[in-house]
Design a protein around this ligand. Structure first.
Ligand SMILES: O=P(O)(O)OC[C@H]1O[C@](O)(CO)[C@@H](O)[C@@H]1O
Length: 500
């Protein structure tokens, strides 16, 4: 098994078992490694010098978790740290003088998925020495469906809104903010709300200022930090409010351990490089176009959605870095779900359906549960063992299959390749390592496929299309789309008129 160690001890943070792959993978990997020198690009990425060619800037998310960055965050006077501590210690007061009890993070994509996943996964590590009475909520969807659920359970006088948006211009986010403004306006003026109940997090300071967010409530971050790589930056505010600064810094340290491993360990034993090569091999050599992410720990239940953005927005492309057409497939379709629940839902298809897939199992071996009385902790540990057994059993059946009974109904074809990512324990540090491993895996795959993993032109194109349909819906504009869309716009107009 390949291993990644902690930066400050010999503790293993993450191990990789990739034995369940086809035999020719060894030669194929070795051959690929002779064809490409990954070292310069790896070095550039870790020191924040790698170029995002289409957007004309450097890629800098690794700098958010450098030793210097972590040390700076450990100072109570650091602006991010000071804000986190003020909220967690009930010293941030709302306009009527009451302490803040709820924080609502309004953001979408990278400004939502990473913070939400980490806050949920690490909740039990909430730092006791700086404990918090604050509840953190997440609102992302443009339809207001999540806001609809959150507003009734929070109080405008004691709620702080974090407007998290790298661009500070995403329509989804500001649609939610507009509704919040209507919701608070019977209690306070807009300027009082902005002064006492809002923090802006963005790489665009000018836009935060223009929006009316006071300078001292703005948290900025570098433009070179891509949205899907931004949980390490000030976008991680809601994570730090949920768990406290010490665990937040541990999460960064786990990612730093991966950066060091990535740079120093030879490619063949390098966990992100190995995962990247395995993935390219499965996609190109075996024609497998999808990867199931199957975490066997409920705390990691958001991992598949998070990795969907990280991987598919990075490598779902058909153009090379210098804008030539690619004639080979790139990143796979990612999907998945919490493994133990998936066993009672979609695993039937995995075991006996026709379709090919590869899988990443993510398994946590121990659960200390020290915050519970010993009997409860022991019972939780037993549950973890049950989960380990199920993960290993299903992975084995998916690979080896079972044809021992001669009946089509009892035929389990097997040959479904998988990686197993093992965490000895889920901690902020091992969690940070897990996420950074996937970041670097995707980076290496981008190099091997020759795509720019740091832009998302397809997403931008979709946004433009949506704006013109929005105009047509709102302004009764003349119809100039295709027949189907025109008819649906018409249908919408008729129904919205009748209802209003
Ligand atoms: O943080 P922002 O600028 O609001 O963007 C949100 C998300 O939108 C995207 O640009 C895609 O629409 C993602 O890359 C990004 O994480």
């Amino acid at each position: 098994m390949l291993k990644i160690k902690s930066t400050d001890s010999n503790r293993t943070l993450l191990s990789l078992d990739d034995s369940y792959l086809f035999d020719d993978v060894h030669d194929w990997r070795a051959q690929r490694l002779t064809e490409i020198d990954l070292k310069p690009a790896k070095q550039q990425l870790v020191i924040g010098e790698y170029k995002n060619v289409t957007e004309g800037r450097k890629v800098t998310h690794t700098l958010c978790r450098s030793r210097a960055a972590i040390e700076a965050l450990q100072q109570p006077t650091h602006s991010f740290t000071a804000i986190v501590n003020k909220i967690r210690s009930s010293q941030w007061l709302g306009v009527t003088g009451k302490p803040i009890t709820d924080v609502v993070n309004i953001g979408v994509g990278g400004s939502d998925l990473g913070p939400q996943m980490a806050s949920f996964a690490l909740k039990e590590f909430d730092d006791e020495s700086s404990s918090s009475a604050v509840d953190v909520h997440f609102v992302s969807s443009m339809d207001g469906g999540q806001l609809y659920a959150v507003l009734p359970i929070v109080d405008p006088e004691t709620t702080l809104f974090v407007i998290a948006s790298k661009s500070f211009g995403t329509i989804d986010t500001f649609a939610n903010v507009d509704t919040v403004k209507c919701w608070v306006n019977h209690v306070m003026s807009e300027s009082a709300w902005l002064e006492h109940h809002v923090i802006g997090v963005s790489s665009n300071k000018e836009k935060m200022t223009a929006y009316g967010i006071p300078e001292h409530h703005q948290l900025s971050f570098d433009e070179g930090v891509g949205g899907r790589f931004s949980l390490w930056s000030t976008i991680g505010l809601s994570i730090a409010v949920s768990i406290g600064m010490a665990p937040f810094c541990k999460m960064l340290a786990g990612a730093l351990a991966v950066d060091e491993h990535f740079l120093t360990v030879p490619d063949n034993d390098n966990v992100p490089v190995r995962l990247a090569l395995n993935g390219v091999y499965l996609r190109q050599q075996k024609g497998i176009n999808n990867l199931a992410i199957l975490p066997y720990d409920g705390r990691l239940r958001m991992l598949p959605s998070y990795l969907q953005q990280l991987d598919m927005e990075s490598n779902g492309k058909q153009a090379t870095r210098d804008n030539k057409s690619l004639h080979q497939p790139t990143g796979p379709i990612l999907w998945g779900g919490f493994g133990p629940n998936g066993q009672h839902a979609f695993y039937q298809h995995l075991h006996q359906g026709y379709d090919d897939f590869a899988a990443d199992f993510v398994l946590v071996l121990n659960r200390s549960a020290t915050r519970f009385p010993p009997q409860v902790a022991a019972s939780l540990q037993q549950q973890q063992r049950l989960s380990v057994a199920n993960c290993l059993a299903h992975r084995r059946l998916l690979w080896w299959g079972d044809k021992s009974v001669e009946s089509p109904r009892d035929n389990y074809p097997g040959s479904h390749a998988s990686n197993l990512l093992l965490l000895d324990e889920l901690t902020p540090e091992s969690f940070g390592a897990l996420i950074a491993v996937y970041e670097h895996k995707i980076f290496i795959q981008g190099l091997l496929w020759d795509v720019n993993s740091f832009d998302q032109p397809g997403v931008e194109k979709g946004k433009k299309y949506a704006l013109s349909v929005l105009d047509a819906l709102s302004d009764n504009q003349s119809e100039d789309f295709d027949d189907v869309t025109n008819a649906l716009i018409d249908y919408y107009r008729q129904h919205i008129n009748r209802d209003s």
